[in-house]
Design a protein around this ligand. Structure first.
Ligand code: AMP
Length: 307
């Protein structure tokens, strides 16, 4: 069936209260693929890197069966992002965004990827996200991410609204959905999104978990309670990786299965934040993911026998 992701492949410089790292492997496509490949074998990545990119850094993904045939190398520097987190780890300041080869990025989906039934459009220009969709033959379930930058731009907002008519699920964080809908109230904002096209919306709320709204239902998944959080970068994309990989692996887009996909997403988000970059995903296997999914089930299980 195949799960296609298009997004950034970046070099991230991150400062947290616990340490810093420079030019670490990052980007939405990389976090997504690192998480998704723990659950599903046919993950395909489309992105662009510059001549300076350490390609051997991608070996761990290749070893997990990720198809990187859509990652091209262009003349110029790789996309670089730098950010700093405050003590509560939920506020992030972007210090620098250097587009490099990403500025000219025109995703070309390799022929063998065009059959992909499941598609994740990582956070890039909505015009490019639309262009990607036109190249995929018959996707069964399309999810997309976005960010404030595209919501705020007059032209990109128009493209984003056009894109929403073609996606099944929009995934974004609470501040982004408030900004997009112009409504501070999350449930009303979710209804606003659904009125503009997607059947589902996933609202990520960091340490407070995530909410799935759609098909007349609301489902809440808590964030896994970790002893330590180290670096929140990429949690949203890893969440999307777990969510989409579960859907692709099961081939089931029913509302009940999407609830379970939320739990896989939450588990992957929790792994992402335990180390810098994609490091944690190299240390774990599918059995660790399953253990966290089971623990999440326990976390929200309750009896009504005492009423
Ligand atoms: P998240 O923490 O899930 O929002 O994702 C963080 C990742 O997004 C980092 O690895 C960055 O390299 C990447 N990123 C940051 N800004 C952008 C941007 N404008 N376009 C694409 N990717 C970005």
């Amino acid at each position: 069936m195949g799960l296609l992701v298009v997004g950034s492949v970046a070099l991230d410089s991150v400062e947290t209260p616990f340490g810093r790292i420079d030019d670490a492997l990052g980007g939405s496509a990389l976090f997504f693929a690192s998480a998704a490949s723990l659950l599903y074998q046919r993950v395909r990545v489309v992105g662009v890197v510059g001549r300076d990119y350490p390609m051997n850094g991608l070996d761990s993904l290749r070893a997990r069966g990720v198809d990187l045939a859509g990652v091209t190398m262009a003349d110029g520097e790789s996309f670089r992002w730098a950010g700093r987190y405050g003590f509560d780890l939920s506020t992030r300041e972007t210090l620098d965004t250097r587009l490099g080869v990403f500025a000219q990025f025109k995703p070309r989906i390799p022929e063998e990827f065009r059959e992909s039934r499941f598609v994740f459009l990582g956070n890039i220009d909505p015009e490019l996200q639309l262009d990607v969709l036109q190249q995929v033959r018959k996707p069964e379930f399309v999810a997309c991410d976005t960010m404030n930058y595209w919501i705020q731009g007059a032209a990109s907002r128009v493209s984003l609204l056009k894109l929403l008519k073609h996606v099944d699920c929009l995934m974004l964080n609470d501040s982004e959905i408030r900004e997009l809908s112009g409504d501070w109230h999350i449930q009303r904002a979710a209804r606003w999104v659904i009125a503009h096209g997607p059947r589902y919306v996933v609202i990520k709320k960091g340490e407070h978990g995530a909410v799935l709204v759609g098909e007349g239902n609301v489902f809440y998944v808590p964030a896994f309670p970790l002893e330590d959080v180290f670096d929140p970068t990429g949690a949203g994309d890893a969440f999307a990786g777990g969510f989409m990989a579960h859907i692709a692996k099961s081939g089931n887009t029913s509302p009940a299965n999407l609830r379970l996909a939320m739990v896989y997403g939450s588990a992957m988000g929790s792994f992402a934040v335990e180390r810098f970059s994609i490091q944690r995903f190299a240390e774990i296997g599918p059995q660790d993911v399953m253990a966290r999914v089971r623990a999440s089930q326990e976390l929200v299980h309750f009896e009504r026998d005492f009423e």
